[in-house]
Design a binder for this molecule. Structure first.
Ligand SMILES: [Fe+2]
Length: 281
């Protein structure tokens, strides 16, 4: 692993397939045992990690795509990095609306870790970690600086013949949940206009919506994934929790630019969740 001053990290996978696990929206509270809608988010994260251990033998990259803490507590990020030591591979984080970017940076710097790298290169792939957080807002927006970073990184990847996986927290397309669609990336049109110029971008991957999505758009795969804790009900008008269990997404990034991916959930553990709650924000 090597990092340069631009915050990029180069990994050398064991095989020519880059094996990725995405664990998103962990919503860890300040103290262990804290809950979200009645669910102990430490307990559910550990159950998902146990599932990953059973199902995925090798992992090169762990992607944590935002809402890693529930309230931005430094203690949550400190615990998160300890949880991730149970799994092989390097973990990389990006912020969601529940996160405190300064606390994330402080924990990463104290530990001397590269988990906030913006660009990961592994085999024939480039993975980009974008920041769609708008301070004080629930909804997301990338803004000019992120677009410039993205354009520069994609140009470099194109010159090197790398395929790209673009990650962020908020959803860049409507997902047919009215209350969540009010929070989607505000400048998604600009994002897709930019991506359309780079045919080696193979997928966009996000968190935030706490549900599985797998679509095709402009030749790309659009992917969202369950939270490691509480799920949100697909197709809902107002806030609605779902009884689906915690889970994660795995992705195998092949050297020909193809992607195999799927979602797996913890079915053998009982979790408490307050399904009649009116909201969680
Ligand atoms: Fe979340």
């Amino acid at each position: 692993m090597a990092q340069n001053r631009h915050g990029s990290c180069t990994l050398t996978p064991d095989t020519d397939v880059v094996r990725v696990a995405q664990l998103t929206d962990t919503h860890l509270c300040r103290a262990p045992g804290g809950t979200l809608l009645g669910m102990d988010t430490d307990h559910s994260l550990q159950a998902v990690i146990d599932l990953v251990k059973r199902e995925r033998e090798g992992i090169d990259v762990l992607l944590a795509t935002g809402d890693l803490s529930d309230g931005g507590a430094r203690e949550a990020y400190e615990r998160l990095q300890v949880y991730f030591t149970q799994l092989p591979g390097m973990d990389f984080w990006l912020p969601g609306n529940h996160d405190d970017r300064a606390a994330m940076e402080s924990v990463a710097a104290t530990a001397g870790r590269d988990c906030l790298s913006r660009e990961i290169r592994a085999g024939k792939w480039q993975i980009l970690m974008l920041d769609s957080q708008v301070a004080g807002e629930v909804g997301g927006e990338l803004g000019e600086a992120e677009m410039l970073f993205l354009a520069r990184a994609l140009r470099e990847a194109a010159e090197l013949g790398l395929y790209s996986l673009v990650c962020l927290h908020h959803h860049p397309v409507p997902i047919d949940c009215q209350w969540l669609d009010e929070q989607m990336v505000a400048d998604a049109d600009t994002l897709f206009a930019l991506l359309s110029g780079f045919p080696r971008v193979r997928a966009v991957l996000w968190g935030h919506v706490h549900q599985e999505i797998d679509r095709q758009y402009q030749g790309m795969r659009l992917l969202a994934s369950p939270s490691t804790c509480v799920q949100f009900a697909p197709g809902s008008v107002g806030f609605k929790a779902d009884d689906q269990p915690p889970g994660y997404r795995w992705l195998d990034l092949h050297p020909d630019g193809s992607i195999e991916t799927g979602v797996s959930r913890v079915w053998d553990v009982a979790f408490n969740v307050e399904l009649d709650s009116g909201g969680y924000l």
